[in-house]
Design a protein around this ligand. Sequence first.
Ligand code: UDP
Length: 245
Amino acid sequence: MSILEKLYEGKAKVLYRTENPEILLAHYKDDATAFNAQKRGTITRKGEMNCAIAAHLFQQLAAAGIPTHFIDHEGAQMWVRALKILPLEVVVRNIAAGSLCQQTGLTLGTPLKQPLVEFYYKNDALGDPLLTDDRLLLLQLATPAQVEQLKSMARRINNVLQPFFQQCGIILVDFKLEFGLDHSQALVLGDEISPDTCRLWNQSDTDPKRRVMDKDRFRNDLGSVETAYQQVLERVLAHPIQSIQ
Ligand code: UDP
């Protein structure tokens, strides 16, 4: 399928139109950014590794009945369904880390009794602030029914991904999701799920630095970033997609 013009360039991906208006091509970049793009760098082969990891996870989620934008992939390129993306980051947390610890004083690594689902406003100028349900409705970022559906989909996705990563010997600490609306206004999972958007800890290592297998290696200058992503890729691909009903 021939590629038409560039539609949008983000921090981690470039989106192109294709000759089919319902299909876009996402090119996953090796560029890495952190702290609202104040820190920038490159992670060698990140694009193709994240694309392959996300493709596998999207297919696992589809097999569990969760609608995703994934169509196909090759190298660092993923063909996806065109969606109207909601300007929201939906974060699911199983273990306290990152901004949750900074904002609440919870100790890093505290297991949460039940998964926490949070919404952040995808707005770089405002620094992606945490939203309350009422602020979300105030800003008309989603309808009340969509807010409930987003929470329920985020929990279902966690219920698939957490055991999947556990089989891989990886603890799924937290992750960020983005959703969009398709032509029939149905909510569909978009963007990517990868070590750029998840906190992943090696189950067999309790050392707080060594266990990190995600973008925190880049954020916190822990080194061996490519090796960690490669290990996630190998472990994920070693676990075939299972049909879950
Ligand atoms: N996250 C992301 N993009 C963002 C913000 C967060 O992918 O713009 C992911 C992050 O990698 C982590 C989870 O969402 O897996 C929760 O991030 P947190 O709110 O703790 O923010 P951080 O500490 O990363 O700033």
